[in-house]
Every structure is written in C-alpha cells, then in structure tokens.
Design a binder for this molecule. Structure first.
Ligand SMILES: CC(C)(COP(=O)(O)OP(=O)(O)OC[C@H]1O[C@@H](n2cnc3c(N)ncnc32)[C@H](O)[C@@H]1OP(=O)(O)O)[C@@H](O)C(=O)NCCC(=O)NCCS
Length: 197
C-alpha cells in the first residue's frame, strides 16, 4: 500500500529503509525529541524489524520524496503506535531525519496522509500525538495537519537534566472529514498545481 501527497509518498517500511532508520534512532538530538534513551544495536534493530510483521498494534511507513534523478529518497518515517481496537485510537509518531529537508512541509504532508489512512483504512476514530512542549516545529507540523492541542502534561518526561512538559495533540475523524484536506495542505496542493501550470 503506497500513498502519495503533493511531494511525499508513504511506502511500507522495507529492508532498504533500515540503515537510515537505525541512524536516526541513534541520533542524539532526534532521540531527545522522540523520548528514546537507549542505543539501538545492529542485532536489536534486525530483531525489531523481523518481529514487526504480524504486529497488529502498529503500522510503519517510510517517507520518500523524488530525488532530482527521479529515484526515491528516504527522508523519514511515520508510524501509528499502540493501536487500540476498543477505543479505536492510536498515537502517531514521526521523524524527518535530516535538518536539510525539515520545515519544507514534508512532515505536515506525511501526517496528513497517515491520518487519512488511520481513519479510512483502519476505521480509527482518533489519532493523537505526544510532543515535547518545547518542540515548536513538531507542534506546528501537527497543527498544520489538522491536529488540535488538547492539553499540557506537566513534568511528564525526564530530559536528562530535568522534568519537562509534553503537549498532547489530537485529531478526531469527524474533524478531518469536515475539513479535508486541512487548509495548510490545501494551500500546498494549490501551490503545487500552480507550479505545474
Ligand atoms: C517534527 C518534524 C516531523 C516536522 O516535520 P517537518 O517536515 O520539519 O515539518 P513541516 O515543514 O511540515 O512543518 C513545520 C512547521 O514548523 C515551523 N517551524 C520550523 N521551526 C520552527 C520553530 N523553531 N518554531 C516554530 N515553528 C517552527 C515551520 O515553519 C512549519 O510551519 P509553516 O509551514 O506553517 O511555516 C521534523 O521536523 C522532525 O522530524 N524533527 C525531529 C524529530 C521530531 O521532533 N519528531 C516529532 C516528535 S513527536
């Protein structure tokens, strides 16, 4: 299953995505933002990938863009986590791996596509995110994809130096249905169409 946005595609996470995925998992700055505290060895990474299949509580996609020579370039991952079949909700997590491709709207598009997938294909009712309150770029990307801030979890995580606050953002299926695609993505779609005109 592959999903296409104006400039990103979400494709199933495959073996060819593993090297970059492990690099990002071991990147100190990304680990802090993603609340990861332990290093990922080659063996652990292989085991994680091997056991991914068959798990029904998570769905991983690689985020790809077209490089100049038209080959796909792997720029990040986005995934649904802890899918709850009773309450029909799950967490969304995302990483766009390199600073050179951040703040160009790719994260917003990927979040929009995976939310659509969660609602339409998995019939979920709500997707939510837990983001460090200090991570303004991530909060903004989720908001641009239609998520709304639902609350502040005080002193929720240990940063290595102190306890820090986490912002919870949520997107309800009805809200997305009434506002599809979000105004931000609509603007991107319009810009893309104008460039191609
Ligand atoms: C968070 C992340 C996924 C967002 O993806 P992205 O492609 O960079 O995001 P987008 O370009 O779609 O949107 C980012 C928005 O934040 C804005 N922004 C960038 N830096 C900002 C800052 N310091 N303060 C406030 N807004 C900021 C951008 O301008 C953009 O908003 P706009 O389009 O309205 O101008 C990506 O930056 C990333 O992977 N960061 C590291 C890992 C991480 O934080 N993951 C999320 C943890 S839950």
């Amino acid at each position: 299953m592959i999903m296409h946005g104006p400039s990103v595609s979400l494709v199933p996470l495959d073996r060819r995505h593993l090297e970059a995925t492990r690099r990002w998992a071991n990147d100190w700055e990304i680990a802090e933002l993603m609340d990861r505290a332990t290093p990922v060895s080659d063996a652990a990474h292989e085991h994680w990938f091997a056991t991914l299949h068959g798990k029904t509580d998570r769905v991983y996609f690689a985020i790809e863009i077209q490089a100049e020579d038209d080959t796909p370039s792997h720029v990040g991952n986005v995934w649904l986590w802890d899918i709850d079949p009773r309450h029909r909700k799950c967490e969304v997590r995302i990483v766009v791996g390199h600073d050179s491709v951040r703040s160009q709207g790719l994260g917003t598009q990927a979040l929009s596509l995976i939310s659509k997938y969660a609602f339409e294909r998995l019939n979920l009712h709500k997707v939510f995110a837990l983001v460090l309150a200090s991570n303004a770029r991530a909060v903004r990307a989720f908001e641009n994809a239609g998520f709304q801030q639902e609350g502040l979890l005080k002193n929720d995580r240990w940063s290595g130096e102190r306890y820090v606050d986490v912002t919870m953002l949520g997107l309800l299926r009805e809200a997305r249905v009434n506002n599809v695609p979000s105004a931000h993505v609509r603007r991107q779609l319009h810009d893309t169409a104008s460039h191609h005109a």
